[in-house]
Each structure stands twice: as C-alpha cells, then as structure tokens.
Design a protein around this ligand. Structure first.
Ligand code: UTP
Length: 326
C-alpha cells in the first residue's frame, strides 16, 4: 500500500516559525510532526510513500530521505497550493492503479491505521463534532457515505472528515480529480478532495465511514501546544540528567540539551542543543539550539536558535529572533 502525504501548504497560521521551517518539520514532543506520522505509517506496514511538497520542500525531502531510507519514497511538487484535491492530483504519476492511503501531513491521529488499511472498500476517517461548518461533512447510511460537502453553511450531519482516506479505486479518484481540474471546478477557490470523493460516490464507489477516536491538529500555535501535551502524555520520552535542575514529567528533553538551575515541565519539549538556564519552562516547545535564560515561559514556542532572556511572559518567537527584557 502506498501512502500519499500532502505537505505543500504555507503554514501561514504558524508564522513566524514557518518562515524558516516547514510546518511539518516543527518539533512536537521530541520529533517533527511529519516524523510522528511516518513512524505510525511504517508501524502499519506502509512501504511506499509519495510526499507532495511545495513551500520549503527541499528541507522536507532532505529530512525524510535521511531518516526513512527503508521507505520507497517519491517527492512530487505542487507549485501552488491550489487545494488538497490538487495536491493529490499532482501525485497521480506516482500512485499507479493500486490502493492508496492519503493522510494529512500536519495532523496527528489517535486511530487504528492498520485496521483501516484492511477494510475491503474505500473509507474515510470521520468524527462527530459539535460544529462541523469548518470541515468537510459526510452523510452516512448503514456505515456507507452517501454525500460529502466541503465546509457547508448548513450542515446536514455532525460527521466531520478528519484527514485520513483509504482509496481502493485510485484510477476513479484520478478521473474525478481530472474532471474537477479540467472544468476549473473549485469550492472556496480550491480544488477540494471532498468534491472528488463526492464525484466517486456519484460514479458508484462504495466509501465506508471509519470512526476516528481523536485527531490533533498542528496548524496554529495553540493547537501545536495541545498536540505537544497529548503526545507527551502518551509517550514519556528520554530525559537528560538534569544539572541542578528538575524535570517535571511528562516532558521531553533531548540528550544534547543543557539544563542549568532550571525547572522544565510539565509538558515541555526541549530540542537538541537547546540551553535552559535559571528558568522555568512549562507547556512549551523550545527549538534546537535555542537559548533561554532567566525566563519564566508558559504556553510558548521558541524557534530554533532563538535567544530569550527575561521573565514570565507568553512568547511566540521565530527562529533566530532575539528577545531581551533586561
Ligand atoms: P492546511 O490548509 O491545514 O495547511 O492543509 P496550510 O495551508 O499549510 O496552513 P495555513 O492555512 O496556511 O496555515 C492541510 C494539509 O494539506 C496540505 C498542507 O501542507 C497541510 O499538510 N496542503 C493543503 C497541500 O499540500 N496543498 C494544498 O494545496 C493545500
């Protein structure tokens, strides 16, 4: 089975971090978002992966090729982020006629992927949500999807599409995407995967609704921090020996990070080579090589190589920034 992972978006809601690091390479709980996803795919037996890249795609390709040499990897470019449907269409040359598993590159799923991959028909991950208007929404009868609508104003169901799709009839999906693109058929300005799936249903494809326990979006600072908390709760990661410091679990401290006279955690991720001195860092992500001195940080994201000196403030600091409250 081949997985297709679209990661070509700009990640505008995570600026300034995504000016220098692609969203999917931001560190949550000790490794990039994309690494969490690839690790779960490898654990489910996936051996072939197409990654659709755009914005800072070279960084993504370099990272993935260096760490996932055992996977059969293809990188295709989406030169403009014209929508998820368009991103998958860009991958058409690599997917062939076998089944594919599409998974968003910026979302971590609490789901049994292996079970989903064994379903005999196409399937999409769904979850009941209170207000489905900002999602693709499905209507389901006897477990089978009957209609799909992208971000409806007046939803007819509370079942949201959460970003995992098993496609058994890949040639039909490509045919439907070709149709959307040939007719410039867009919803909210983009070529939507939801519209292509609706076209598949209309052309007779059976698509099952597969219930997903939970999903953790990494698209905004607050959701990135929530996802960091969720992952730290689930997997306690390695902790370097503290130097006159205390690490409060759950936290991740990279072995090469340096802690001096500090309190780290709960819910702190401290990446490789970061230095925390005379500080208290909780519920925060501190990037590789960053330096935090005499600061009280809560609910903060500090980019790679950023320097923070000061006292208790809520920060959202981009790579190579310097903040000095002295
Ligand atoms: P999002 O819309 O959440 O991500 O797409 P984004 O566009 O990067 O974020 P913002 O809105 O600018 O902050 C979900 C996933 O689909 C990919 C994105 O890279 C992300 O992994 N995507 C989206 C594409 O690859 N191409 C597209 O045209 C749209």
């Amino acid at each position: 089975m081949r997985a297709v992972i679209p990661v070509a978006g700009f990640g505008t809601r995570l600026r300034p971090h995504t000016y220098t690091v692609p969203k999917v390479l931001l560190n949550v709980a000790g490794k990039p978002i994309l690494a969490h996803i690839l690790d779960s795919l490898v654990a489910s037996g996936i051996e072939q992966v197409t990654i659709v890249v755009g914005h800072m795609g070279d960084q993504i390709e370099q990272y993935v090729r260096a760490r996932y040499a055992s996977l059969q990897l293809d990188f295709v470019e989406q030169s403009e982020p014209l929508g998820l449907g368009h991103a998958i269409w860009c991958a058409r040359e690599t997917v062939g006629s076998g089944p594919i598993f599409i998974i968003l590159g910026d979302t971590i799923f609490d789901a049994d992927i292996s079970t989903m991959l064994q379903l005999p028909t196409s399937a999409i991950g769904v979850k009941w949500v209170e207000d489905p208007r900002r999602f693709g929404v499905v209507e389901v009868r006897d477990g089978i999807v009957t209609t799909l609508v992208e971000k409806p104003q007046h939803p007819t169901s509370n079942l949201a599409i959460v970003g995992m799709y098993l496609i058994r009839n890949t040639p039909l999906l490509i045919e439907c995407l070709d149709h959307l693109i040939a007719h410039n058929s867009r919803t909210r300005g983009e070529f939507q995967l939801t519209d292509a799936l609706q076209c598949m249903v209309e052309r007779g494809e059976t698509i099952a609704a597969f219930p997903i326990e939970g999903w953790y979006d990494c698209g905004k600072p607050e959701t990135l921090l929530q996802t960091n908390r969720f992952l730290l709760d689930r997997h306690m990661r390695s902790i370097a020996p503290p130097n006159n410091s205390i690490v409060i679990p759950p936290s991740y401290v990279a072995p090469t990070a340096v802690l001096e006279r500090s309190i780290v955690g709960p819910y702190a991720t401290i990446a490789d080579g970061a230095t925390i001195r005379d500080s208290h860092v909780q519920n925060s992500i501190v990037g590789a090589g960053a330096s935090v001195t005499a600061a009280l940080l809560n609910n903060s994201i500090v980019g790679n190589n950023a320097v923070v000196c000061g006292s208790f403030h809520q920060l959202n600091v981009g790579d190579s920034s310097q903040i000095n409250y002295a």
